[in-house]
Design a protein around this ligand. Structure first.
Ligand code: S3P
Length: 197
């Protein structure tokens, strides 16, 4: 019997990776989710910046995208290695392009990660990225849409898809209702306690 990489139940329910295009809310939702469950939250872009001692934009400007991808791959490997040894389960927010690199797909498949795709409407992605700095791959609407189309086949391989077009609270609730995430022992916080109105 053959199996597709990320279909069906995840092998590892202690490692949840959020994937999706830039502006889909991976970092915001991931941090909230980890807080609610008392899991560890890791933002891959933050790990990359820490490792390089540079902001993401500076890495692109000074070192170029291929070097960025190498650092990204290395930091993903390190993070997955640490997660495997960690007693606390992990929510990992990937960068928008992390899951479009075949070597990263292999790492994530081998780790048995559950992949949750934050599927966000293009208009909202655009609106968010137009007003945010620090995204070197956002230059104009046309190339943004093109990149999105290229990435879609990768995102569609996710184990789970949630509608990320609403408020973080609603995205969080959809992920929790997937029934794959268990709070750490002794955690009783509700979504209302975590998300301030
Ligand atoms: C990238 C997305 C960014 C960051 C880098 C490259 C991409 O992360 O990793 O700028 O290739 O789409 P976010 O999706 O968190 O913006």
């Amino acid at each position: 019997m053959t199996s597709t990489p990320f279909s069906g139940a995840p092998a590892n329910r202690r490692l949840i990776c959020l994937i999706g295009f830039m502006g889909s809310g991976k970092t915001t939702v991931g941090a909230l989710l980890a807080r609610q469950l008392a899991w560890r939250f890791v933002d891959l872009d933050a790990r990359i910046e820490e490792a390089a001692g540079l902001r993401i934009t500076e890495i692109f400007e000074r070192l170029g995208e291929p070097t960025f991808r190498e650092i990204e791959h290395q930091q993903l490997a390190n993070t997955l290695g640490q997660a495997a040894e960690d007693a606390t389960p992990v929510i990992l927010a990937l960068g928008g392009g992390t899951f479009a690199q075949s070597t990263n797909i292999t790492l994530l498949r081998d780790a048995g990660a559950a992949l949750v795709w934050l599927d966000c409407p293009m208009d909202l992605l655009l609106a968010r990225c137009v007003t945010m700095t620090g995204r070197p791959l956002f230059s104009d609407e046309h190339s943004f849409r093109q990149l999105y189309e290229q990435r879609l086949p990768f995102y569609r391989q996710a184990t789970y898809r949630v509608d990320a077009g609403g408020a973080p609270r609603h995205v969080l609730e959809q992920i929790l209702s997937l029934g794959i995430l268990q709070p750490a022992a002794g955690v009783t916080k509700s979504t209302e306690e975590i998300i301030q109105p």
